[in-house]
Design a protein around this ligand. Structure first.
Ligand code: MTE
Length: 388
C-alpha cells in the first residue's frame, strides 16, 4: 500500500514534468523494427493502432513490471497530454456538474487495488473456426497495483440523481475519421463499488502514456475495455450507453452459438467480469527439455472470483495433478502456480492446465465459440520434447 505522502509527492513530480517525460511512440525509419519507449520485449500485434502482447515467459512475477504490461489501443493515442491543462468533466444525471483538474484529483484520498487486467480478446488466436480481430495468444493480460481516487468519491461530490443508472467514460483518443469514438459505460452498482477507481498510478509510479496518463478508469475484475484510458469525461446516464463499443462491440451471446453463426445483437449482453482461466508461462510451446525434471508454472485468474485450484496434466488430459498455488493473492489478482514434474521417459508430451474458481467454474476443454472470440478460456496447452 503506498502512503498518501508518497502518492502526492509522485504526482506533483508528474505535474512538473508533464509533456517531457512521456515520449511518443517512434518508428525506426526502415519500418522493420519498432522502437517503443517504455516497452520491453513485447510482441507487436499491431503498430497502427498500438497493440502489444506480453510473451508468456514474462509471467514470472505476481506484479507485472509496466514495460512488460500489454497495451491495447483501439485508435491513436492522444498526441498531447499535459497534466497542467488536463481536466475531467463530470456531468449528466448529477446535482452538481464538476470539472476537476489534476491537483483536485491528487488532493482526493487515494485507494490501491491489485488487479489482473485482461483484454476480452485474449486467446482469440486459439478460437476455431478462426475469428477476425487482433490475434492475441496468451499475453493480453497483466497484473498491476493501480492507485487513485475512488470513482464513488467523485460521484458523491457531484451528487448522483436517482435517475443515474449507468456511468459513461470517454477518453482523449484521437479518433480517425469514420470511426466511432471509444465510449463505454458501466452500471452504477459497479461504479460505486469501493474498488472502482480513477487510477493515476500504476505499480507506484504515474501512469505512462500507453496506459492512460494522466488518469484512467480501473474497473477491477472486468474486461479491460471497461477501464477507459486518458479519461476526460464521466457522464452519469439514465440508461446503458449503446454506442459501437457497447453494441455490437464487446457483447456475448445469451445462448451458445454454433461455430460460424453470427451474433444476434438482440439476444446478447455486454461483457462484464472475466472468465476463469489459466495459462502456462513455462515451458513454452515446442520447447525441448534437456532434463527429465520440468518445472511447469503459470498464472490463473477469474475476474471477481477467487482461484481455488489449478490442475496440470502431462499426458494429454488422461490424468491431472494439483499444482501448488503461489502465496501472493488479492481479490482481483491472478494466482501464480507451479508443478514440478519428472518425465517418465524421453519423448513428446502435451502439457495442459485448467483452473477452478470459487464460483465452481472450471476451465472447459473447448471454449464456447463466439464470432469475436471473446473470453477464450479453454485448457491451456503446450507441446514439449524431453530429449534426455
Ligand atoms: N481506453 C481508451 N480511451 N481507448 C482504448 O482503446 N482500450 C481498452 C481499455 N481502455 C482503450 C481504453 C481495452 S480494449 C483494454 S484491454 C485496456 O484499455 C488495455 O489497457 P492497457 O493498454 O493499459 O493494457
Amino acid at each position: 500500500m503506498i502512503s498518501r505522502r508518497d502518492f502526492l509527492r509522485g504526482v506533483s513530480g508528474a505535474v512538473a514534468a508533464a509533456g517531457a517525460i512521456h515520449p511518443l511512440l517512434t518508428w525506426a525509419a526502415d519500418d522493420s523494427a519498432v522502437v517503443i519507449p517504455g516497452e520491453e520485449g513485447l510482441i507487436v500485434r499491431s503498430a497502427r493502432f498500438l497493440d502489444l502482447e506480453m510473451p508468456p515467459a514474462f509471467i514470472d512475477s505476481w506484479i507485472t513490471p509496466v514495460p512488460h504490461f500489454f497495451v491495447r489501443n483501439h485508435m491513436h493515442e492522444p498526441s498531447t497530454l499535459d497534466a497542467a491543462t488536463w481536466e475531467l468533466k463530470v456531468s449528466g444525471e448529477v446535482e452538481k456538474p464538476l470539472t476537476l483538474n489534476f491537483a483536485d484529483m491528487v488532493r482526493m484520498e487515494p485507494h490501491t487495488v491489485t488487479n489482473t487486467l485482461e483484454c476480452a480478446g485474449n486467446g482469440r488466436a486459439f478460437q476455431r473456426p478462426r475469428v477476425p480481430g487482433v490475434q492475441w495468444q496468451r499475453g493480453a493480460v497483466g497484473t498491476a497495483r493501480f492507485s487513485g481516487p475512488r470513482l464513488r468519491d467523485i460521484l458523491h461530490q457531484a451528487g448522483v440523481k436517482p435517475t443515474g443508472k449507468h456511468v459513461m467514460f470517454h477518453g482523449l483518443d484521437e479518433v480517425p475519421s469514420k470511426v466511432p469514438p471509444f465510449i463505454r459505460s458501466i452500471p452504477i452498482e459497479k461504479a460505486i463499488d469501493e474498488d472502482t477507481l480513477i487510477a493515476m498510478r500504476m505499480n507506484g509510479a504515474e501512469l505512462t502514456r500507453h496506459h492512460g496518463f494522466p488518469a484512467r478508469a480501473l474497473v477491477p475484475g472486468w474486461i479491460g475495455a471497461a477501464s477507459c484510458k486518458w479519461l476526460s469525461e464521466i457522464k452519469v446516464l439514465d440508461k446503458e450507453f449503446d454506442g459501437n463499443f457497447m453494441k455490437p462491440g464487446y457483447r456475448y451471446p445469451n445462448h451458445p452459438l454454433k461455430p460460424g453463426d453470427p451474433l444476434n445483437v438482440d439476444d446478447s449482453h455486454p461483457l462484464t467480469a472475466l472468465n476463469v482461466k489459466s495459462v502456462i508461462a513455462s515451458p513454452t510451446d515446442d520447447w525441448t527439455s534437456k532434463s527429465r525434471t520440468v518445472n511447469i508454472h503459470g498464472a490463473a485468474w477469474a475476474g471477481d472470483a477467487d482461484i481455488v485450484k489449478v490442475e496440470v496434466s502431462t499426458d494429454s488430459g488422461a490424468t491431472w495433478q494439483a499444482a501448488q498455488l503461489g502465496r501472493d493473492r488479492a481479490k482481483y489478482a491472478w494466482r501464480l502456480w507451479s508443478h514440478s514434474w519428472k518425465a517418465p521417459q524421453v519423448g513428446d508430451y502435451t502439457i495442459l492446465s485448467r483452473a477452478t474458481d470459487s464460483q465452481g467454474r472450471t476451465q472447459p476443454e473447448t471454449a464456447d465459440w463466439n464470432p469475436s472470440g471473446y473470453l477464450y478460456n479453454a485448457y491451456d496447452q503446450v507441446k514439449i520434447h524431453v530429449a534426455t
